[in-house]
Design a protein around this ligand. Structure first.
Ligand code: TGC
Ligand code: FAD
Length: 397
């Protein structure tokens, strides 16, 4: 069996800025990933299955809602700790990080921020341990980048509401016990509802045929006259801003995570280039290989500094949506490029599952698209700096 030799690159001594607690959290996550995930991830990727037996361990290392207060079962950690855990998971596989970031930022976060006290006590502690898993339904077949157009809707029915519609591309849906679903009331205002598996008319068929993020389970959510108790509606925020604020949290975690994938690819490429002999010398002695390595490390280092600063801003409650967009977009892009260069350094071996670059490359195509596509994030930056939204072509509507 191959051994996971990962050692993170730290060219600008970022470790000096981490607290002892941050480093401990990183060590715990890294050791767990090396022992429990690295040996089995390729098999799950090839079979397109999510390793369900890892859920308990993910809970134990604090990957579910690390920043949720202790009174609700979370670890009460800061935002940099959250980022570090996402980085350690995604440096192994984006699908593993997806499962944890959906649970943390898209299920626990909205319940914590917008739920009633009863909802928080009922759901958060079990979500934190992984005893209960959740998913987040915003995207619909015809409304991906433009969720405001969603068709899912509910009507008042006494103590309940009746929900109809569907969602697609939903991570964790096939096995989730609950789903935080966004749908419109009779006036067209968006609300979050907590759906529970077993509610009549609620189904979660798995989507097949993904060539990316294969070790993550993705499905649809279908609502056919589902009777949802009003006590399952998130009471403390409505409107599109509610789900979008959850995306801020998830995109922040992805910025850290995608950088982890890049760091893993660089680490392997550096090691391989020093071991692989061609023309009688290690390939690391060729200028063209050094150029690749030097450029990879430069991009990683810039992204590490950007991401750490974003973590500080997020800890202070000052990170803006546009700052998070810039980091998500930049880090995924550099990760795609680093994975590709690392793959080339490995020559033919780079396309095998002996190394993780090809899996990272395929995974990162999903990461480029979900949580706001690469171009949507560019437009968020454009809107922020010009004050002019360029999402719609009003004249064509
Ligand atoms: P817009 O008019 O700009 O905003 C509507 C209302 O929302 C407010 N708002 C926010 N509030 C909190 N946090 C944010 N980040 C916010 N962004 C906007 C805004 O102030 C406004 O409030 P109000 O009171 O005036 O109504 O909305 P828009 O319809 O023009 O859309 C803007 C756009 C395109 C940027 C947005 O729709 C968007 O981000 N689209 C991308 C959709 C997306 O990212 N979907 C992700 C689905 S989840 C997912 O992919 C999970 S993958 C997980 C995994 O496996 O890891
Ligand atoms: P579209 O919105 O149709 O975009 C297609 C192309 O058009 C893109 O290149 C886009 O950038 C471009 N485009 C669209 N609008 C504009 C514009 N205004 N200006 C310029 N270009 C534009 N969603 C959830 O709700 N929950 C989940 O858990 C979840 N998990 C996912 C897991 C995976 C593996 C994937 C692939 C997706 C997941 N999604 C999830 C959905 C994801 O958020 C959407 O795929 C994403 O928001 C893009 O929507 P779309 O696929 O409909 O593409």
């Amino acid at each position: 069996m191959k051994t996971d030799q990962y050692k993170h690159p730290d060219y600008y001594n970022l470790d000096d800025l981490y607290s002892d607690e941050h480093k401990l959290i990183r060590d715990v996550a890294r050791q767990w990933v090396k022992k429990e995930v690295s040996p089995i991830i390729d098999e799950h990727y090839e079979k397109a299955t999510f390793p369900m037996h890892l859920l308990k361990g993910l809970g134990e290392i604090g990957a579910f809602g690390p920043y949720i207060p202790v009174e609700y079962g979370g670890s009460g950690l800061d935002q940099i700790s959250y980022g570090i855990i996402m980085q350690e998971l995604e440096r192994c596989d984006s699908g593993l990080r997806s499962t944890a970031s959906v649970q943390s930022s898209l299920v626990m976060y909205p319940i914590w921020k917008y739920g009633s006290e009863e909802q928080k006590m009922r759901f958060l502690p079990k979500l934190a341990t992984g005893e209960m898993m959740g998913c987040f339904g915003l995207t619909e077949a015809d409304y991906g980048s433009n969720p405001s157009g969603m068709l899912s809707n509910f009507k008042d029915d006494g103590d309940n509401v009746i929900l109809n519609g569907s969602k697609m591309w939903i991570s964790n849906a096939p096995f989730a016990n609950i789903a935080v679903v966004w749908a419109k009331d009779e006036s067209g205002r968006i609300h979050g509802l907590i759906l529970e598996r077993g509610m009549e008319g609620f189904s979660t068929p798995e989507m097949h045929g993904k060539l990316s993020l294969r070790a993550s389970s993705t499905g649809e959510l279908i609502f056919e006259n589902v009777r949802v108790p009003k006590s399952n509606i998130l009471p403390n925020r409505s409107g599109l801003g509610a789900p979008l604020s959850c995306l801020d949290s998830a995109r922040y975690g992805i910025a850290w995570g995608a950088l982890g994938a890049a760091m893993d690819c660089y680490d392997q490429a550096l090691r391989y280039s020093k071991e692989r002999i061609q023309f009688g010398v290690p390939i690391a002695s060729f200028q063209l290989v050094q150029k690749k390595l030097a450029e990879m490390l430069t991009e990683i280092t810039k992204a590490q500094l950007l991401t750490y600063r974003l973590g500080q801003l997020r800890n202070d409650g000052k990170a803006t949506t546009a700052q998070i967009s810039m980091a998500k977009r930049n880090n995924v892009e550099i990760a795609v490029n680093v994975a590709r260069e690392a793959r080339q350094i490995h020559g033919g071996m780079g396309i095998t599952s002996e190394y993780s670059m090809m899996r990272h490359m395929a995974n990162l195509e999903s990461v480029l698209t979900y949580e706001g596509t690469h171009d949507i994030h560019l437009l968020i930056t454009g809107m922020d700096i010009t004050g002019i939204p360029a999402f719609t072509r009003e004249s064509l509507l």
